[in-house]
Design a protein around this ligand. Structure first.
Ligand code: FES
Length: 106
């Protein structure tokens, strides 16, 4: 495992989402207040790009059919209405050091 710089803390405001690339991996960075979270970037329902989603009440929402995920661990809060269960997002560790957002990737 190693930590990778993916952006500046000041480039994200509360509730912002940002797509970051680490090698071939696309990771979603989520800022909620002063906490940073990282998950896989594509919805497990129909692969929608979650960097185009939004945060509501501390949860990550896919704008395509409104699947709702927990930013801190990628778990499914609620699947799209009428759909069966969907898989959780992959979750990565994220932190800020010296103003840089870092993500831990294997
Ligand atoms: S693609 Fe995300 S909820 Fe359907």
């Amino acid at each position: 495992m190693a930590w990778f710089k993916v952006g500046k803390e000041t480039s994200m405001k509360d509730g912002d989402l940002m797509k970051a690339k680490v090698g071939d991996l696309e990771i979603l960075i989520i800022r909620i207040k002063n906490n940073f979270y990282a998950t896989s970037c594509y919805c497990t329902h129909e692969d929608y790009d979650l960097s185009e989603g939004f945060v509501d009440d501390g949860k990550l929402i896919c704008p395509n059919h409104f699947a709702t995920f927990e930013p801190s661990n990628g778990s499914v809060v609620s699947p799209p209405e009428g759909s069966g269960d969907i898989s959780p997002l992959k979750s990565y560790k994220a932190k800020v050091e010296n103003g840089e957002i870092l993500v831990e990737v294997a």
